[in-house]
Design a protein. Sequence first.
Length: 354
Amino acid sequence: MFDALSDFSDHVLVTARQDAGSGLKAIIALHNENRGPAIGGCRILPYRSMDDALRDVLRLSRGMTYKTAIADIPYGGGKAIIIGDPRRDKTEALLEAMGDFVESLGGRYITSFDSGTTLADVEVIARRTSHAAGFLPEAGNASGSTALGVYHCMLTAARATCGSESLAGLKVAVQGLGNVGERLVRILAREGAELVVADTDVEKAKVLATETGARLISCDAILREPCDILAPCALGGVLSAGSILELRAKAIVGGANNQLAQPEDDARLAERGILYCPDYLANAGGIINLHYQRSKWDAAAVERHVASLGETFGQVIERSEHEGRPTGEIADRIAWERFACMQNGSGRDVRPDL
Ligand code: NAD
């Protein structure tokens, strides 16, 4: 088990629980609490081994620290995983046992939905803990804020690559038309972008394409489509050494998590002159929405905060050009400066150099 931990030495807490009655087998990982309690969704997946599950929760919780820092919200990074098949194992008893597990951490970890869990599941978890977020009725689905954040980052990309102040007339290719992709396509259609879309669910894609005037193409072709902006909104790992060679986009701005197959792909994109908006910056709108659901709901404040992601991307681009380093590396550094140099808001520098 400790082999899985060797790449991850900077988590503050990793804890597991097994509950015979409900069948719960879960891990919660807290990566960093310097900015506030650790927040991140709860995923249910049929992991092949305990090591796989551990690796996933460690990687995802670390990612949440960078996302909360770049989004400038008072949280750290955490994540929970339940080992199981969501279609077979997800019972109310299991979710309630997960609620007890979350509650046992006394508010150090705030949970929400993720792969394999829905907002309705989070409501069941919340029967047993007050540290669950995302189901405030007036907030709607947080995916709307995610799509809006992607849109604002696209505006920044359009300014940087095409000198354009809007997306009207720019060609945007969207891969994946789910919670985020569909909402993004509707925003872009309203803004007058020329849209090309693809989804493995062809019937769903046809309906959206007809409604929005988008051109539907195959999932194989979407990454190679010549366009101003490519928006990966389906799955991770789509930007790899192989696919990057074939890209014909000027910029990549999408909602999917973990778009880079390898960390080096950041530099590969820069070498090809393709502007990359780091995924956790582009898709941070959802976590901003959750923050306001937990503090004081204010739709206008959420919109302003989500729009600031575009400004942050502008700062990333500026610093990237100034330092001659790829955008992903610069965003990591900005996030790190925000979370590592704070100790529960005291401003104490806890790590001297990057
Ligand atoms: P979703 O499951 O609702 O949508 C994904 C869509 O992609 C589905 O329509 C699916 O059919 C399609 N798809 C799957 N494989 C595909 C392929 N190879 N080519 C084209 N389409 C494909 O998921 P979502 O909530 O929209 O999230 C999408 C991505 O954004 C995920 O990586 C998720 O982790 C990330 N994300 C989502 C949010 C959010 O608010 N929902 C927030 C942050 C990050």
